[in-house]
Design a protein around this ligand. Structure first.
Ligand SMILES: *Cc1c(COP(=O)(O)O)cnc(C)c1O
Length: 363
C-alpha cells in the first residue's frame, strides 16, 4: 500500500525569494499541452522549435537559444563559451556569479579568473572596470575577456537604457564581450517599460542568461546568444555539463506559455508592483530604512536585529545574507497584496513595540 501523501506545508508568509513560488498557470498549462504522446528527444521537437522562435520574436533578432535547467548552469556555461582558461571575467562583487554559484564559472571554464569590481547599488562602476582592464597588459595577468553584469541587479536595482549603453560602449572600447545575467530580466523590462532588444543586444549584450524559474516556471533558463558565432558548439557544452534535457519539450513549453500569453511580462510587473507597495507601506516606519532604490521586485531594509528576529518569529521568511546583509523582501508572480499589507502591518506593530535605545547608550 502506498503511504499517504504528506500534507503540503503552509508557508504563506513568504518573501524569501521568487524561487519559493510555485508554477504559474500559463507555464503549467503549456507543460500539460506538451504532454501528448511521443516527441523526438534532446530538443528535436516542435515545442523547442516554437519556443526558440518566440524568444527570437521577443528580441526581434535571429539569436541562438538554448534551454538549460538552472541559472548557475546558464551563467557558467555562457561564460565558459566566451573564455579560455587564461582569461578573466569582470563582474560586480555582489554578483550571483561570484557569490552564489560555488565557483561554477571557474570550473566550467577550466580556471578562468573572476575579477571583482565595486559599484553603487549592485551596478558595476565603469571606472573600476576600465582600471581593472587597463592596469596591466603583461602576460602575467589573467587576460580580461568578458564583462558580466546583472539585470535586474542582486540589490534590486535596474540599469537604465542609457546606463546599459554606457556599459556596452565601454565593453566594446576595452575589447570585452558583454554577458548579462538576466535571472530577473523580465523585472527590469517591466520596471523600465522598455523593449527587450533595447535592454540587450542593441546595448551591446553578446550573451544573455534569460531567467524563467523566478518568473513562474517550474524549472529552466534560456541562454540567448545575440552574437551567434559565440554559440559555436555550445550544445556540446550543455551536454557535457549534464544540461541537455532529453525531454526538452518540457523545458521549452513553459516559454511558449509565458511568451505567447504575455505572462512573462505580466508576472514580473505584478512582482514589481507588490514590491513598490511594500516600499510605500514601510517607508515611514521609524527605526527602519530602505537600503537601495527599489526598482524591481525586491525591497532591501536595514532594521535592528531584534526587529528582524521578531519578524521571523511571527513566521515571515526573508533572506539576510544577500549583498550587504540587510533584510531582503522578494516578491514574485504569486505574492498577494494582502501578504504585503500583512507584512507591513507586522513590521509597523513590532517596530512600535521595540524597546528604544537610550540616546546616551549610542556609540
Ligand atoms: C536566482 C539567480 C540565478 C540562478 O540561480 P540558480 O539557483 O542556479 O537557478 C542567477 N543569477 C541571479 C542574479 C539570481 O538571482
Amino acid at each position: 500500500m502506498m503511504n499517504p501523501l504528506p500534507a503540503p506545508v503552509a508557508r504563506k508568509n513568504q518573501f524569501a525569494s521568487d524561487n519559493y513560488s510555485g508554477i504559474c498557470p500559463q507555464a503549467w498549462q503549456a507543460m500539460a499541452a506538451a504532454n501528448q504522446g511521443w516527441a523526438d528527444a534532446y530538443g528535436n521537437d516542435p515545442w523547442t522549435e516554437q519556443a526558440c522562435d518566440l524568444v527570437r520574436e521577443f528580441f526581434e533578432t535571429d539569436c541562438q537559444v538554448f534551454f538549460v535547467f538552472n541559472g548557475t548552469a546558464a551563467n557558467s556555461l555562457a561564460l565558459a563559451a566566451l573564455c579560455h582558461s587564461y582569461h578573466s571575467v569582470i563582474c560586480h562583487e555582489s554578483s550571483h556569479v561570484e557569490t552564489d554559484e560555488c565557483g561554477a564559472a571557474e570550473f566550467f571554464s577550466n580556471g578562468t579568473k573572476i575579477l571583482l569590481v565595486p559599484g553603487a547599488g549592485g551596478k558595476v562602476d565603469l571606472e573600476a572596470v576600465a582600471h581593472t582592464v587597463g592596469r596591466r597588459s603583461d602576460i602575467h595577468y589573467p587576460k580580461p575577456k568578458v564583462l558580466s553584469i546583472t539585470q535586474a541587479t542582486e540589490l534590486g536595482t535596474v540599469y537604465s537604457e542609457s546606463e546599459l549603453c554606457a556599459v556596452g560602449d565601454l565593453a566594446r572600447r576595452l575589447g570585452l564581450r558583454l554577458h548579462m545575467d538576466g535571472a530577473r530580466f523580465a523585472n527590469a523590462l517591466a520596471s523600465l517599460n522598455a523593449a527587450p532588444a533595447d535592454l540587450s543586444w542593441r546595448a551591446g549584450v553578446d550573451v544573455l542568461t534569460l531567467g524563467g524559474t523566478k518568473n513562474g516556471m517550474a524549472v529552466g533558463e534560456a541562454v540567448v546568444f545575440f552574437n551567434r558565432e559565440l554559440a559555436l558548439e555550445f550544445d556540446y557544452r550543455c551536454k557535457q555539463a549534464g544540461q541537455l534535457a532529453s525531454k526538452m519539450r518540457f523545458l521549452a513549453a513553459p516559454w511558449i506559455g509565458l511568451l505567447q500569453s504575455g505572462a512573462y511580462l505580466d508576472n514580473a510587473a505584478h512582482a514589481n508592483r507588490c514590491a513598490a507597495l511594500l516600499e510605500r507601506e514601510i517607508s515611514a516606519i521609524p527605526g527602519i530604512s530602505l537600503c537601495h532604490p527599489r526598482q524591481a521586485n525586491a525591497v532591501f531594509v536595514s532594521m535592528p536585529p531584534a526587529l528582524s528576529e521578531a519578524l521571523q518569529a511571527r513566521g515571515w521568511h526573508f533572506y539576510t545574507f544577500i549583498g550587504s546583509g540587510h533584510a531582503r523582501f522578494m516578491c514574485s508572480w504569486n505574492t498577494e497584496e494582502r501578504d504585503v499589507r500583512a507584512l507591513a502591518n507586522d513590521l509597523r506593530d513590532l517596530a512600535a513595540h521595540l524597546p528604544h535605545r537610550h540616546p546616551a547608550a549610542k556609540n
